[in-house]
Ligand binder design. Sequence first.
Ligand code: ATP
Ligand code: ZN
Length: 285
Amino acid sequence: MDKIKIAIQKSGRLSEKSLDLLTECGIRVSNGNRKLKTEARNFPMEIFFLRDDDIPQYVEQGVADIGILGENEVWEKDKDVQIVEQLGFGNCRLSLAIPKDEQYTGLDYFNHKRIATSYPKILGRFFQKKGIDVKIEELGGSVEIATGIGLADGIFDIVSTGSTLLMNGLKEAETIVRSEAVLISNKHLTSTLSALLEQLLFRIKAYKNGQGKKYVLLNVRNEVIPDIVQLLPGMRSPSILPLADKGWSSVHSVISDDDFWEVIDELKRHGAEGILVIPIEKMIL
Ligand code: ATP
Ligand code: ZN
């Protein structure tokens, strides 16, 4: 039987989370000693552990059918692959940074400046569109030291908290683009492999839908049910079950973490009792 070949990062920021995602999708992978490749135990899948930089090329060529990596690498490598799904982890931004004592005057500041980066394509395309002329110095890593050693006037790099910039006497001048981990696919999958990808996607979406949401159960007097339904629209509408105690019902629904405390306060104001809040593992819409 055909197996779908997935490429994930061997070691780095996305490795654990990529494996965790597979686990959440019910796919069991044993990778005790971090070999080059392994097989899932209960899903027709082979897992390749690679450098993230190489994943777009492998997926384009069909050496791997699908892959998980930062969208930033997909843009930079510019290979002919399909972005199938945003995965909600590995969030970061790509920003321009300059020495902290410089006064930043807007994008024109960079006209005729030298900028060091590991993302020359993304940066080149950006400034070309803006009609600003910059000299790009391509570096494989440690981009943040480039201004300190006089190689460049500014840098273009991944920022998550900004502390690395600060430590190197830099400040963020401009965010160019935001990135997160994505699932990519080869553009010419066989129908069997497409079906396996669909199956995987279905599971990924179920997992993602449950993220940031809670299941709530509570008891209310029947008179206030219409108000409670307003507060807890849920997926379709909340379930309402009569309690043995006459005049009371149990209401079940789903709420998002963002509205959580506000909704709970409102529920209490409406006399809700015995509120239970339960994490959601998966949610099939
Ligand atoms: P590899 O050895 O696989 O080439 P790498 O050094 O290129 O690894 P990592 O530093 O592990 O890569 O980062 C992988 C991806 O994680 C990045 O391309 C980016 O999408 C994402 N990421 C999220 N936050 C950060 C961050 N603070 N710094 C760097 N990358 C981040
Ligand atoms: Zn890399």
